[in-house]
Design a protein around this ligand. Structure first.
Ligand SMILES: [Zn+2]
Length: 442
């Protein structure tokens, strides 16, 4: 039993701010929340937060931990004037150069970065075409080493090797979901990592692959995680080759469910959005990535029933991601306000609740103890009605003081419970070798 004493608790839905609360945690779950209750538990380990802000854990709902060693890349990248050439010259060479060691360090660096920025969970979308079998377990090891919660899946695609590659991708997704099931059945703790069934994007998944994904979703009970309409090319390709809108095509194979997550969706039709809403599926918006890739803007954010925020591989600073999402929206003349974007940020918890079959996103009895703890001495009143304003204009990753996941402090007083310097030193060596391998690939 442990207690976080004297917290300023911020809840997002419905919004409220309550000072001087004690949070009692039993194992991985919140047991009681109240004022002056710490004394009822004389045996518990007590941390006095002295008024620090405690909020439900932040979730990055779309990320690529395989890109963790790409920062400042010096491999020889040909000029890439458009999105498809950026994929071919950079990302599809990086992912082909990954091996077990580089993927593990990439996952580790990304997990540490996520925690340091206040994330309690990251939903990952993975590709490593020359290291498919076992790759998701390698990523899981990185999550578990750092104590970060998350999900991952393999981006099924035919872009390198046709049918054989499709099959290997789907097999890895199924094998990983079965591994998670076995761990759950055995009651192995901590239960930190879940599975999606992954696919790259509709334009690299032909009929045969869609059929395999349908079977995989059915046999594992998991949802789909896929890019769609990140660029207008995906839409044109679908119209030209299949005569269907993107989501209509996925729905034709039964792939849109309430556990399905679509990343980007910049050019989805109103009918496609209606299909997602009807099935209670999620769209994940990645504002900074869309800006970085110059693919345009998603002008229809307000139409989605379920919208969450992701970084698409640009770290896991969700404070910054939320700010960019809001400012870009303002710049585009959109109708939404900071409280809408706060809601989008919080929505990642709904994805966790659906996939982990547990309660997330409230500092309440029975919820998972996934908490982001901040030092925030606000110069203006912090109130239920202005949390969005504080997130857009005040709070930032620099406010993050501690992070609790599954009832465990994975980052406390701005420090990890293990030495990270040697991991970073090793990662730098591994990154250099990865970049050298990229140079040997066409
Ligand atoms: Zn992505």
């Amino acid at each position: 039993m442990q207690i976080l004493k004297n917290a300023t608790v911020v809840q997002f839905d419905p919004a409220c701010v309550i000072e001087h609360l004690d949070i009692v945690i039993d194992g991985s779950v919140i047991k009681e929340v109240g004022s002056g209750i710490a004394d009822h538990y004389p045996q518990a380990k007590v941390r006095d937060l002295k008024g620090k802000v405690v909020m439900p854990g932040m979730v990055c709902a779309h990320n690529h931990f395989y890109s963790g060693l790409s920062r400042g890349i010096t491999a020889n990248i040909a000029p890439s004037p458009d999105f498809i050439s950026t994929l071919k010259n950079l990302w599809w060479r990086l992912d082909r150069a990954l091996d077990e060691e580089s993927l593990y360090y990439s996952g580790l660096i990304c997990s540490l970065d996520a925690i340091r920025n206040g994330c309690t969970a990251v939903i990952d979308h993975h590709a490593s075409p020359n290291y498919i079998k076992g790759s998701l377990s390698t990523l899981r090891k990185a999550f578990i080493k750092t104590g970060l919660r998350g999900m991952t899946c393999f981006e099924t695609t035919d872009r390198n090797n046709g049918s054989q590659e499709l099959w290997a991708g789907v097999e890895e997704n199924i094998a990983f979901a079965h591994l998670i099931d076995r761990e759950k059945r055995a009651g192995n703790e901590p239960y930190l990592v879940e599975a999606h069934i992954g696919a790259h994007a509709p334009f690299t998944v032909p009929h045969e692959g869609m059929e395999m994904l349908r079977e995989a979703m059915k046999s594992t009970g998991r949802g789909l995680h896929i890019h769609a309409a990140e660029d207008s090319y995906d839409v044109s390709h679908s119209h030209d080759k299949y005569g269907l809108d993107l989501i209509a095509r996925l729905d034709h194979y039964g792939l849109i469910t309430n556990r399905t997550l679509i990343a980007h969706g910049l050019y989805l039709s109103d009918n496609d959005i209606a299909i997602l809403n009807e099935h209670d599926a999620f769209l994940v918006h990645n504002a900074r990535s869309n800006m970085n890739n110059h693919v345009g803007y998603n002008h229809k954010l307000a139409q989605y029933r379920n919208l969450a925020l992701g970084t698409d591989g640009i770290g896991s600073d969700m404070w910054e991601e939320m700010k960019f999402a809001f400012f870009k929206h303002r710049d585009a003349g959109g109708p939404l306000w900071p409280d809408n974007f706060t809601r989008f940020l919080w929505n990642g918890n709904t994805l966790l609740a659906r996939n982990f079959n547990a309660r997330f996103g409230r500092i309440d009895v029975g919820n998972k103890a996934d908490l982001t703890i901040c030092d925030y001495d606000s110069p203006t009143p912090l109130l239920a009605e202005n949390i969005g304003g504080h997130l857009a204009f005040g709070l930032s990753s620099q406010s993050v003081h501690s992070v609790m996941v599954d009832g465990r402090m994975v980052y406390e007083n701005r420090e990890f419970p293990f030495d990270v310097a040697e991991l970073y030193a090793e990662a730098r060596k591994v990154a250099l070798r990865l970049w050298q391998r990229m140079d040997r690939l066409s």
